[in-house]
Design a protein around this ligand. Sequence first.
Ligand code: URA
Length: 243
Amino acid sequence: MERLQKVIAHAGIASRRKAEQLILQGKVKVNGKVVTELGVKVGPQDKVEVDGIPVEREEPVYYLLYKPRGVISSVKDDKGRKVVTDFFKDVDKRIYPIGRLDYDTSGILLLTNDGDFANLLMHPRYEIEKVYIAKVKGIPTREQLKQLEKGIMLEDGMTAPAKVKMLSINKQKQTAIIEIRIHEGRNRQVRRMFEAIGCKVMKLKRERYAFLDLKGLNPGDYRELTPHEVKQLRALALSGGGK
Ligand code: URA
C-alpha cells in the first residue's frame, strides 16, 4: 500500500506537494469516490483518477545516461532532433530527464518516471553537487578562477560558491581545461560563469553527479541505478545536497 500523493507523483502527474494540493482540492478519486484527506493509502488494485483521468500505475525506474553531445534533454523535440529518451527505445515506461544538459553538453543525466524523486533532486534547496569539465578559450588567471569560486554576478543573480581547479593549459592554442563543481542548476550556468570572466566554453561535460560517475559507459549508453544508489541520492538531497 502506498500513499495516494506518492502514487500520483510516481505517475509523473505532479510533485508530491502538488499532488497533495490536488487531493485537498477534491480533484482526486479512488475507486470512483472523491478523496480529500492526505492519509489515504492505495494498493495496486485501486483505481485512482486525477481530474477524471485514470492514473497509470508504473513501477518507478531510475536510469543514468551518458548523454552525448547533440541531443536535447527532453522527451520530444518539435524540430525532430534527437532527444535523450531516444536511447531508451526498449524501456516502455514514461521516463523523463531530471533537469537538463544543454544540447552541446555531454555527460551524466538521470532519467526517471518518479516525479517525486525528480523534484527532490532538482529542488534548489537540496541541489546535489555536480562536477563539470570545461574546455575554454583563453587561459583564466588565478584571480578570475577565484571570482568563480566566490560567486559571480550573472543576469539572474550571484552564483553560489563553487570549487574550481585548473587541470591543464595549452599555451599555443590559448585554451584551458578546468574542473568546476557547483550545486546549483541554472540554465547554461557553467557556460555563463565562464563567459562572465571572458572565456568562452568550447566543450562541456558533466563528469559526476553526487557520487555517480560515467565509469564503464560510452556516450549513448545507459544503466539502471541500483536501489542503493537511489536511496543514497534521496538521503543526500535531504541532507543538503552533499554541501
Ligand atoms: N551548465 C551549462 O552551462 N550547461 C550545461 O549543460 C550544464 C551546466
